[in-house]
Write a protein that binds this ligand. Sequence first.
Ligand code: SAH
Ligand code: SF4
Length: 370
Amino acid sequence: MPQPPPAIQSLDLAEIEAVLAERGQPKYRATQVARWLYDKRATGFAGMTDLPAALRSNLAEAFAFVRLENLRVLGSSDTTRKYLFRLPPVREGAEGALIESVLIPASPALYGEASDRRTICMSTQVGCAYGCKFCASGLDGFSRNLTAAEIVGQFIEVERLSGEKINNIVFMGMGEPLANFANLMRAVDILNSPWGIGLGARHITISTSGLAPQIRELADQPRQIRLAISLHGATDAVRDQIMPVNRKYPLAELLDACAYFAGRKKQRLTFEYILIEGVNDSPANAADLVRLARRVGAKVNCIPYNNVEGLDWKRPDEARQDAFMAVLETARIPATIRREKGHDIAAACGQLRRQTMAQAPAAPAAAPAA
Ligand code: SAH
Ligand code: SF4
């Protein structure tokens, strides 16, 4: 079966220039194309009206124009909103996979800064191969990496659908971002560059379950992107129990990579720490966490566990959460607790997709439900 052509939205500016040069076009045409894609947000080649018609149709033959199809929106304008998208099929006749993006309104607890931020939480893969025991995204295994066009497409579609300007990005949706390193870096280039979306690198956070070699690679990149580590356990015994990735990159190796990153970037990184009852939420667990946070100068973001259908883990009650936070506070570790806003709409990553697939396993494109 024929593969679809590459997407124009997966190219960087130099590559667009090269594509146009091959077609005998001057360099400024590349800037025109980029402006159509990321500034005027064209929905196809036909709308790029200041390009010669012959060039438009030539590009349309050589490149795909990726658009994500919105199937459902959950939540309302002053709450967390969740968007379910269908990706373009990878082969002609195949069904496009489902992914989720989440729009989170201003929240002083998220990443510490009180502000009027609107944050998008984006997916980087269909499913996830890392199989953390508490997470809905890994339950159905891994299907494929998202292309750069599909990653950036989430930003563009959520801005369009919500009518809001997004000023913060977290890669905390479905998938392990650092396992899709090349496409992620391409997407970050487009999101960060002045010719692309133009969002400051400090407003882009990558979250990883702990891929130590890729953390080092990221540290060697010039961009000042922020890094969050999904720690969830501060000893190998706890992490081994809930995160299989820890057997590959145990804490000592992960912490070395974190220290390397913090040193190279002169940046304070964030430890994400889900509180799961009876697993990692005792005051002794908090004391272990204090030691690691001190070692690499990390701040801590605690998240009470979001219950996932079919999984037995539970969120601790508020008294237990408070006791955990008190240990961090006494030790003067900068720490916040994020009381999730999106509980009622299947907020934990991967859940909306699972619910939708369970309802209609092989459904054709459903009508959008706004
Ligand atoms: N794979 C990357 C990014 C996606 S997961 C990572 O693991 O960091 C984004 C965050 O959501 C991670 O910190 C993850 O551990 C957390 N998460 C997953 N399932 C959750 C749940 N049920 N409740 C709360 N947080 C959850
Ligand atoms: Fe994958 Fe992250 Fe979920 Fe672990 S927490 S299964 S790495 S998406």
